[in-house]
Structures are given as structure tokens and as C-alpha cells.
Design a protein around this ligand. Structure first.
Ligand SMILES: *[C@@H]1O[C@H](CO)[C@@H](O)[C@H](O)[C@H]1NC(C)=O
Ligand SMILES: *[C@@H]1O[C@H](CO)[C@@H](O)[C@H](O)[C@H]1NC(C)=O
Ligand SMILES: *[C@@H]1O[C@H](CO)[C@@H](O)[C@H](O)[C@H]1NC(C)=O
Length: 180
């Protein structure tokens, strides 16, 4: 009799434990904070969006150097080019019909203007300011140092997001400043 009730108790405790464990696996799946579409973090000082979108297609988009350049810059282009189109490449369709319905053109180039030569190492007084302007088929990223350019490229990559049908990536026409 004694052993029997002990057995029942152990059985109940085991069931409760199993239930708790299975519950903890069921709930809280995925990240605590949901990822946004095309929102920028850290927040720039100024951001103005227009309610118009551009498509960005892997084979029709490139970074164009209009100021100083260096290996670090070209490495960053390679890295971000890969990141931008990682998701879109798997599902990208050459369907101009659906991609022109609510977009107003294509972004074909991001002109990257670094106004000083690259610095080899970060320093306490490095300049991380940048400015991004997206207008019609051209984008413009302006910064006075490689650190600003790298921050700007990160922001640019956050602005680009997948269209709901997963066909391609899109971008608001906008202006972003990290300083006024
Ligand atoms: C690329 O940059 C050069 C200057 O380096 C500029 O003359 C040219 O117009 C730019 N290309 C595009 C497509 O904006
Ligand atoms: C886009 O427009 C075309 C014709 O105007 C239509 O056949 C197609 O269904 C539309 N696609 C979407 C996603 O609305
Ligand atoms: C975008 O470019 C057009 C000319 O191509 C110009 O009229 C318009 O003011 C520009 N918009 C912004 C927000 O810079």
C-alpha cells in the first residue's frame, strides 16, 4: 500500500515535470522582440520617408565609389551585397508585372562618397556621421570617414527589406541624417 502511493506520487510529479518541460518548449518560440521591416537601429537624428518604394534587384544594383576608396570599403561592399540579397536570391522572380504594382522604379546604384582617405584604426575622435539620400534610381551615401561609411552601409542594409510576396527587396525613398 505504502509503495503503491509512493509510485502514484512519483508518477504525478513526473507527469507535471513533463508537462512543464513540454510547455516551455511550446511557448516563447522565436525572438522576444519581433524584427521590423525597414526600420533603422540605432535611430538616426533625422529620417524622412516618402510613401514610395523602389525595388532593388541583385543583378541591377551596384555600389559606386565617388570619393576616396580602400580595400576595407570594397570588402564592405562585398559583405553587404551578400547580406542584402541573401533572402531574395532564393525566391527572386523575373516578374516585372508584380514588382511594378506598388513600386515607383528601381534603385540601381548607391553612390558612396567618402571625403577623406581611409584610416587604418578606429580612434577616440573618429567621425561616424553619415548621410543617406535615396531618390529615384539613385542613392547617395556621404561620410567624411570610413567609419561613417560603414555605419551608413549598415543602415542602408536595414532599410532594404523583402516584399511580402518574397519576390524582391524594396526600399522607401528617403533621407537620413545622423547629424543636423
Ligand atoms: C559612378 O561614379 C562616377 C564618379 O566616380 C560618376 O561619374 C557616375 O555617374 C556614377 N555612376 C552612376 C550610375 O551614378
Ligand atoms: C499587378 O498588376 C497586374 C496587372 O495590372 C495584375 O495582373 C497582378 O495581379 C498585380 N499583382 C499584384 C501583386 O497585385
Ligand atoms: C528627387 O529628384 C528629383 C529630380 O530627379 C527632384 O525634383 C526631387 O526634388 C528630388 N527629391 C528629393 C527628396 O531629393
Amino acid at each position: 500500500m505504502h509503495y503503491y502511493s509512493l509510485f502514484i506520487n512519483v508518477l504525478i510529479i513526473c507527469s507535471i515535470l513533463l508537462f512543464l518541460v513540454s510547455q516551455s518548449f511550446n511557448q516563447n518560440v522565436g525572438p522576444l522582440v519581433k524584427m521590423t521591416n525597414g526600420q533603422v537601429w540605432p535611430k538616426p537624428v533625422f529620417q524622412h520617408n516618402f510613401d514610395e518604394y523602389l525595388t532593388v534587384e541583385p543583378e541591377n544594383f551596384h555600389f559606386n565609389v565617388t570619393g576616396y576608396s580602400c580595400d576595407d570599403l570594397y570588402d564592405a561592399f562585398k559583405r553587404y551585397n551578400h547580406m542584402l540579397f541573401l533572402k531574395a536570391k532564393q525566391t527572386f522572380k523575373h516578374d516585372t508585372h508584380t514588382s511594378t504594382n506598388f513600386t515607383f522604379g528601381k534603385l540601381e546604384v548607391l553612390n558612396v562618397q567618402m571625403t577623406n582617405p581611409c584610416e587604418n584604426y578606429p580612434s577616440l575622435n573618429m567621425d561616424e556621421k553619415y548621410e543617406i539620400k535615396i531618390n529615384n534610381s539613385r542613392g547617395h551615401l556621404l561620410a567624411s570617414s570610413i567609419w561613417g561609411i560603414l555605419r551608413g552601409l549598415e543602415t542602408f542594409s536595414q532599410l532594404v527589406h523583402l516584399k511580402t510576396d518574397g519576390s524582391t527587396v524594396i526600399l522607401n525613398i528617403m533621407t537620413i541624417l545622423t547629424h543636423i
